[in-house]
Design a protein around this ligand. Structure first.
Ligand SMILES: Nc1nc(=O)c2c([nH]1)NC[C@@H]1CN(c3ccc(C(=O)N[C@@H](CCC(=O)O)C(=O)O)cc3)C=[N+]21
Length: 290
């Protein structure tokens, strides 16, 4: 039986409709959620993402502002902007688009973002809180993947989940969230010997390596759920995932398309995190008698 193609559009639009309602409710009680996106330089992929994000905020009723800074912006200038956004009561979430130009330390910049406004979950305090199970904004792409699994009713507890990739943005936090859902988790990476042998044991296989079409049917256990986080721009201009979609179709039980599933779901979680940050801001205001 051929794999079921996970309908990202349907999952995303119902989730965003729920968010929109909650944004409206919070707005009418006096707090409109607000997101600031900061982009330094002209990376073309980043431009696409930032455009998608601004449009998504608008559709959800979230206030957003995009700060486009020239590539020669100094680290000190960027830090100054972040401090202003930290102090701005209209802004509840701050996202500094990565990658940054080489002369700016991403680590330093992320640490400047107020922990309560870190809607990416990149700040070390939030990363730590997620790993010890404390309340924190959830990392957008990994949380989106968990939501996809839940929406299609795939059980996670007790399943063997294999993550290919160990980046701080996707691989590592992905493994952490799967563990929180009680999966047995294996992380594979560029130094893993016998990759196929391990990935073939996966009930849930998440590909987040950044290598176009790396995952083929020989990597996939029959019936497995294959989630493709990859977003590789081919020379043809087309977008390809880390999974060879056509090749795995007859082996996998479920597979996500690229584009049209994990990407838009990532943005959906960003909206959710911004809403949640705004809600907590409003609660703190009320508690303080403001
Ligand atoms: N601080 C920070 N936070 C991020 O979350 C972040 C980042 N930096 N830097 C870059 C990556 C990449 N990323 C994408 C998310 C969604 C789509 C997306 O919606 N993609 C569409 C297709 C877009 C197209 O056609 O090119 C889709 O998959 O259907 C793309 C890319 C967020 N990132």
């Amino acid at each position: 039986m051929p794999a079921q193609i996970i309908n990202g559009k349907e999952i995303v639009s119902s989730y965003r409709a729920e968010i929109k309602e909650q944004v409206q409710a919070l707005t009418s009680s006096g707090t409109q959620p607000g997101l600031a996106v900061v982009i330094v330089g002209e990376d073309p992929a980043s431009q696409v993402y930032v455009r998608n994000k601004a449009k998504s905020c608008e559709e959800a009723g979230i206030y957003s502002e995009v700060h486009r800074l020239p590539v020669q912006t100094s680290e000190a200038e960027l830090l100054q902007l972040i401090r202003q956004l930290n102090d701005n009561p209209r802004i509840h979430g701050i996202l500094v688009q990565s990658p940054l130009p080489k002369h700016i330390s991403e680590e330093r910049v992320v640490e400047e973002i107020a922990v309560t406004k870190d809607v990416d979950c990149f700040h070390p305090t939030n990363v730590g809180n997620v790993s010890i199970g404390k309340d924190a904004p959830l990392p957008c792409t990994p949380a989106g993947v968990i939501q996809i699994l839940k929406k299609i009713n795939v059980p996670i507890a007790g399943k063997h989940a294999v993550v290919i990739g160990r980046s701080n943005i996707v691989g590592k936090p992905m493994a952490m969230l799967l563990l929180r859902e009680n999966a047995t988790v294996t992380i594979c990476h560029s130094r893993t010997a016998n990759l196929e042998e391990i990935t073939r044991q996966a009930d849930i296989l998440v590909a987040a390596v950044g290598k176009a079409k790396l995952v083929r049917k020989e990597h996939v256990k029959p019936g497995a759920v294959v989630i493709d986080v990859g977003m590789n721009r081919l020379d043809t201009g087309k977008l390809a995932g880390d999974v060879d979609f056509d090749d795995v179709l007859d082996t996998a039980g479920y597979v996500t398309p690229v584009p049209g599933c994990v990407g838009p779901m990532t943005i959906t979680i960003l909206l959710q995190n911004t809403l949640e940050a705004a809600r907590k801001f409003a609660e703190r205001q009320t508690a303080a008698g403001v």
